[in-house]
Design a protein around this ligand. Structure first.
Ligand SMILES: NC(=O)C1=CN([C@@H]2O[C@H](COP(=O)(O)OP(=O)(O)OC[C@H]3O[C@@H](n4cnc5c(N)ncnc54)[C@H](OP(=O)(O)O)[C@@H]3O)[C@@H](O)[C@H]2O)C=CC1
Ligand SMILES: Nc1nc(=O)c2c([nH]1)NC[C@@H]1CN(c3ccc(C(=O)N[C@@H](CCC(=O)O)C(=O)O)cc3)C=[N+]21
Length: 292
């Protein structure tokens, strides 16, 4: 039997519709219109595409967006100066600094400069620290990890007690998604480039989250029959049969794994659209935090 395909686009559209409704209601009630500031340093074409789709989503939901572009050689002071101005700007309820930053910049210092009340990416060390602590709650949860859990929970609403395996331990996906799974009372294994016998570890998973950045790495034979597979990977590969000469694939070999898994997210149309929807939700939350 082939797997249920989890429609990330549809789930994301529902989340966006709810956010749009809440935005309209708060504006009608005389409260501030939510605003998102995006900061893009340098001219990476993929980053441009992501930032413009985030700003387009804002426009559709009545969220104001403010785009800032700095040259690739912008200094640390320049970037932190812009962040300070945005911290002080009452029209801005969320600040997103697109990652990765050019290598001469200190990423941690930039993220630390963002006011935690406007940290809609959830990457400020205080928000991440709270995510990692029992009995503490971050003000914002990182978007891709949050969206990945929402998609898994469309199939398994209660993750409690299930064996979850996370492939990858990055600051922006692997580690925070593992922390969220622990908070949902799953039993979590985190794998990385030093993990021994990856296929046999992955085979234990009732829920598998793949975030390695390796096209089609997870094979059908690695997956437990019936498992829920969330593919975070976004990899562009050459494909001469495709009109553009290339196409997007995930970290999971979709054709093989869909014959084994119980449910699977596609790429595109899976976690990507959810990332943007969760960012919209976090921006609304940023506006709500500013009400008091
Ligand atoms: N859908 C979305 O919204 C988003 C998608 N992405 C995508 O998700 C993927 C992961 O992104 P990101 O976390 O930033 O990537 P990183 O490169 O920062 O991290 C990759 C992780 O995978 C591990 N890894 C790499 N190769 C292997 C291997 N052969 N075997 C086992 N583990 C391995 C690395 O291990 P180690 O730590 O040992 O080096 C590392 O922990 C990418 O495809 C990216 O494009 C990212 C963000 C958002
Ligand atoms: N501070 C910061 N926050 C981020 O959230 C962040 C970041 N930096 N740096 C880069 C990654 C990547 N990321 C994606 C968002 C949407 C899609 C997305 O919408 N993907 C579509 C396809 C898009 C296409 O066709 O190119 C899909 O999967 O269906 C993908 C990837 C956010 N990231």
């Amino acid at each position: 039997m082939t797997a249920q395909i989890i429609d990330g686009k549809a789930v994301a559209a529902n989340v966006r519709a709810e956010v749009g409704k809440a935005v309209a209601e708060r504006v009608a009630a005389g409260k501030s219109r939510p605003g998102l500031a995006t900061v893009l340093v340098g001219d990476d074409p993929a980053s441009h595409v992501y930032v413009s789709s985030k700003r387009k989503a804002c426009a559709e939901l009545g969220i104001e967006s403010f785009g800032f572009e700095l040259p690739a050689d912008a200094t640390q002071d320049k970037v932190e100066g812009l962040v300070s101005e945005l911290n002080a700007d009452p029209r801005v309820h969320g600040i997103l600094v697109q990652l990765p930053l050019p290598s001469h910049l200190d990423e941690e210092k930039v993220l630390r400069a963002i006011s935690i009340e406007k940290d809609v990416d959830g990457f400020h060390p205080i928000n991440i620290g709270r995510l990692a602590q029992k009995g503490r709650d971050p003000l914002f949860v990182p978007c891709t990890p949050a969206g990945s859990l929402v998609l898994a929970q469309t199939v398994i609403p209660k993750l409690e007690g299930c064996n979850a395996v996370v492939l990858g331990r990055s600051n922006i996906v692997g580690m925070p998604v593992a922390l969220l799974l622990v908070r949902a009372n799953a039993t979590v294994t985190i794998c990385h480039s030093r993990t021994k016998d990856l296929p046999s570890v992955v085979r234990q998973a009732d829920v598998l989250i793949a975030a390695v950045g390796r096209p089609n790495m997870v094979k059908g034979s690695w997956v437990k029959p019936g498992a829920v597979v969330i593919d975070v990977g976004i990899n562009r590969i050459e494909d001469p049969t495709h009109p553009k000469g290339s196409r997007l694939v995930g970290d999971v070999d979709f054709e093989e794994v869909k014959e084994v898994a119980g449910a699977i997210t596609p790429v595109p149309g899976g976690v990507g659209p959810m990332t943007i929807a969760m960012l919209m939700q976090n921006t609304l939350r940023g506006a709500e935090l500013s009400d008091k």
